[in-house]
Design a protein around this ligand. Structure first.
Ligand SMILES: Cc1cc2nc3c(=O)[nH]c(=O)nc-3n(C[C@H](O)[C@H](O)[C@H](O)COP(=O)(O)O)c2cc1C
Length: 303
C-alpha cells in the first residue's frame, strides 16, 4: 500500500482539514511548509477570497496544497471553476456528490479526495472517479455522520480499492498507528491544529479547546439531520434544548446564524459555535504546527 505522503509528495501522511472560516491561505501554507498537506477551506469564503488564498499559498511555498469545497456552498460551482483554472493539486469535497465536476477536475490533473461518512458513499465516489476517500468518523469536530472512525475506516477500506484516509479522533501517535492498523494510508486532522500558534482563530477559542475535556463536546442538529460537533457552551446547550422541544429548522438556523464567525473572529465563547472534536481532551497547550506534526507522526511516520 502506498502511503499518503508518497501519493501526494509531502513529508508526513497528514492532511490539515479544510476548516471553514479558519483554513486561510496563510494557515494552509504554514501546514504545507511544516510537512503536511495544507488545505484552504472555502466555507465562509467568496470566490475572490479563494483565488486570493490560492495566490497566498503559492507566494509562500511551492509545496503541494489543496482546497476543500463544501458542495452545499452557494458558490460551489465557482469554487470548482477556480480550482481548475488555478490547477490546484488536490481538492477535497464535503457535504455532497462532486460527480458533476469530476471530468473538469480530471482534465486539470487534480487529485480528488471526497470526505465520506458511510461506506456506500465511498463506493459510489470511487465509481465516479475519486482518487482516494477521506473516511471521517463522528469523533471529529464540525459536521459529522453517524459512524465512529473505528467502525467506518475498515468498512470503507473493504468497500473500495482506492486509498483511504482516516479522519476524526486522531491527535497523537497512538491514534496514527490505530488508523494505519484499520487500513488507512494516512490521516486528516482538525482539532489538534486549532491550538497551533499559526491557527488564525481568536485566543479565547484556543483557550476553550485547551481547557476542554474529551467529554466536553456536544452534537447540535441531530434531530434536524445536520449534526455538528462543538464544545459545550450556552449556545450549544440552548440549541439542543430547543431542538428537543420541537423548534423548527428556521428558528434554529436563525439562532445559530453567524455563530462560527462569532467564535473564530470575536472569541465569543458563550454564543459562538466552537467547533471541535473529542480529541480536545488531548490538546494541552498552544504549539507551532511543526511541533504538533512532529509529535503526531514520530519517526515511524516521517519525523
Ligand atoms: C472548527 C472545524 C471546522 C471544520 N470545517 C470543515 C469544513 O468546512 N469542511 C470540511 O470538509 N471539514 C471541516 N471540518 C472537519 C475537518 O476537516 C477534519 O476532517 C476533522 O476535524 C478531523 O477530525 P478531528 O477534529 O477529530 O481532528 C472542520 C473541523 C473543525 C474542528
Amino acid at each position: 500500500m502506498k502511503l499518503l505522503n508518497e501519493i501526494l509528495g509531502i513529508r508526513y501522511p497528514v492532511i490539515q482539514g479544510g476548516m471553514a472560516n479558519i483554513a486561510t491561505g496563510d494557515f494552509a501554507a504554514a501546514c504545507s511548509m511544516a510537512g503536511a498537506l495544507g488545505l484552504i477551506g472555502t466555507g465562509g469564503m467568496r470566490p475572490e477570497d479563494l483565488r486570493a488564498a490560492i495566490h497566498t499559498v503559492r507566494e509562500k511555498t511551492d509545496r503541494p496544497f489543496g482546497v476543500n469545497i463544501m458542495l452545499m456552498h452557494p458558490a460551489a460551482d465557482e469554487f470548482a471553476k477556480i480550482v481548475v483554472e488555478e490547477r490546484v493539486p488536490v481538492v477535497t469535497t464535503g457535504a455532497g456528490n462532486p460527480g458533476k465536476y469530476m471530468d473538469a477536475f480530471k482534465k486539470a490533473d487534480i487529485t480528488v479526495m471526497p470526505v465520506v461518512a458511510a461506506p456506500i458513499l465511498a463506493k459510489h465516489l470511487e465509481d465516479l472517479g475519486a482518487d482516494a476517500v477521506i473516511a471521517e468518523g463522528c469523533e471529529s469536530g464540525g459536521h459529522i455522520g453517524e459512524m465512529t472512525t473505528m467502525t467506518l475506516v475498515p468498512q470503507v477500506c473493504d468497500a473500495v480499492q482506492i486509498p483511504v484516509v482516516a479522519a476524526g479522533g486522531i491527535a497523537d501517535i497512538r491514534q496514527m498507528r490505530a488508523a494505519f492498523a484499520l487500513g488507512a494510508c494516512g490521516v486528516q486532522v482538525g482539532t489538534c491544529l486549532l491550538a497551533s500558534a499559526e491557527c488564525p482563530i481568536h485566543d479565547n477559542y484556543k483557550a476553550a479547546v485547551i481547557k476542554a475535556k474529551g467529554s466536553d463536546t456536544i452534537v447540535t442538529g441531530r434531530i434536524g439531520g445536520t449534526p455538528v460537533r462543538v464544545l459545550k457552551n450556552r449556545m450549544a446547550r440552548e440549541y439542543v434544548k430547543r431542538e428537543k422541544e420541537g423548534a423548527d429548522k428556521m428558528e434554529l438556523e436563525q439562532y445559530t446564524l453567524g455563530s462560527l464567525r462569532r467564535a473564530v473572529f470575536d472569541g465569543d465563547t458563550q454564543t459562538g459555535s466552537l467547533m471541535a472534536g473529542q480529541t480536545c481532551g488531548q490538546v494541552k497547550e498552544i504549539r507551532p504546527v511543526a511541533d504538533i506534526l512532529r509529535d503526531l507522526c514520530g519517526e515511524e511516520f516521517g519525523a
